[in-house]
Write a protein that binds this ligand. Structure first.
Ligand SMILES: C[S@@+](CC[C@H](N)C(=O)[O-])C[C@H]1O[C@@H](n2cnc3c(N)ncnc32)[C@H](O)[C@@H]1O
Length: 366
């Protein structure tokens, strides 16, 4: 931990966030989904969810006018790296950096591509089975960035790359409330989805609190959930991320049907029924359970059984039923050109193997 850990720090009096917004004419860009938090009690509350920040290193993603940034500094962070895409916010962030000399590093860049594995000193690194490192990531990002970002970071977590080269780096992030509910949903809950399994097999995921939309300027259409992630020492599924993602995506394909329907789509049409039966038997999972009723140990058993089948059947791991469907459709179309029969996408779906037709019944993103 940095030596400033023991020295309490408070920012000197500064213009309020509202005044900063006026001073630098920081009108929120609707197309960038910018919504600002001006209430320091709320920004302090978000930052408290990360735990004790005294003397730690922090990366804040999307600081904007700097409300959360101030709370992080007041919480005693020794080193704060902020990554902000929109250059209009840089002068306001520089003002903050001058008020906290030597503590703030400003990067104007995109967090989706920024190399966080190079952003902090290597001495911070802890081994994976040790306690988490003195490094936290905190951010209130637009929803269209926070979801792809957490998916990317979950994969980084499983490979111990990106921000996880330092060990089990903790994350405190905001999401649209419905996404926060999916991330934390337990077995049987209607919010249980692909995101629930992917996040929970790798981390302890804690729903911290909800911020009503009216707390933001301008007010978004939705409420916001604050979620805290701590990577697990032992992931609950011991298979490569891509394999787990494939199994979970296929199972949730038909979220209202029995889970074997989604499992079927992991296999080429010719062997579909036989291999689905083999997989369900090996996993010892009741094929009539709905995807939301499957526990983490059911998903672990399914991923292990699929991995076993992939080791016995070359090419299975790369099989994608959507590609098979696409080729089938193209062949039919070529045939119809020859015979002057019109063929449309609807007909291709009707002719598709059992299950694909039901794909059209899917509700929302799982
Ligand atoms: C919802 S606003 C929140 C601003 C501030 N954190 C707050 O709570 O008031 C999101 C911020 O993230 C920034 N941002 C959006 N996409 C980004 C990206 N890909 N990388 C870094 N910053 C991004 C926006 O410019 C904006 O400042």
């Amino acid at each position: 931990m940095a030596s400033s850990k023991l020295v309490p720090f408070r920012l000197p009096p500064l213009p309020t966030i509202g005044e900063i917004i006026k001073l630098y004419k920081l009108r929120a860009e609707k197309q960038l989904s910018q919504n600002f938090l001006l209430d320091m009690r709320l920004t302090d509350k978000i930052v408290r969810q990360a735990g004790n920040l005294r003397g730690t290193h922090v990366c804040e993603v999307g600081p904007g006018p700097g409300g959360i940034t101030r709370s992080i500094l007041n919480a005693g962070a020794a080193d704060l790296l902020v990554v902000e895409k929109d250059n209009r916010f840089i002068p306001g962030l520089k003002l903050l950096s001058e008020a906290a000399p030597g503590k703030v590093r400003i990067i104007q860049g995109d967090i989706l591509t920024y190399r966080l594995d190079r952003g902090f000193p290597k001495v911070l690194t802890k081994t994976w089975d040790d306690d988490p490192p003195d490094l936290h990531i905190i951010g209130n990002l637009p929803f269209n960035v926070s979801t792809p970002l957490i998916i990317k970071w979950l994969e980084n977590m499983s490979n111990r790359s990106g921000p996880f080269v330092y060990g089990r780096t903790r994350l405190t992030l905001t999401f649209q409330k419905e996404v926060a509910e999916r991330l934390t949903a337990s077995t049987g809950s209607v919010q249980r989805s692909r995101l629930s399994i992917m996040a929970q097999y790798l981390c302890t995921v804690k729903s911290c609190f909800t911020i009503p939309g009216r707390a933001f300027i301008p007010k978004p259409e939705v409420d916001v959930g604050v979620v805290h992630f701590t990577p697990l020492v032992q992931p609950q599924i011991q298979q490569p991320f891509k394999l787990v993602e494939k199994v979970v995506r296929n199972v949730f394909q038909f979220r209202r049907k029995h889970c074997h329907k989604g499992v079927q789509m992991l296999f080429p049409e010719a062997e579909r029924l036989e291999m689905t039966e083999a997989m369900m038997c090996k996993a010892d999972v009741d094929p009539t359970l709905r995807p939301i009723q499957l526990s983490m140990s059911n998903f672990r058993a399914l991923a292990d059984a699929y991995s076993h089948l992939c080791s016995e059947h070359q090419g299975l791991l790369t099989y994608d039923f959507r590609e098979e469907l696409r080729l089938k459709h193209l062949n039919r179309r070529a045939g119809s050109v020859r015979t002057q029969q019109p063929v449309c996408q609807e007909e291709a779906l009707e002719a598709a193997p059992n299950g694909l037709f039901e794909a059209r019944e899917r509700t929302g993103c799982s």
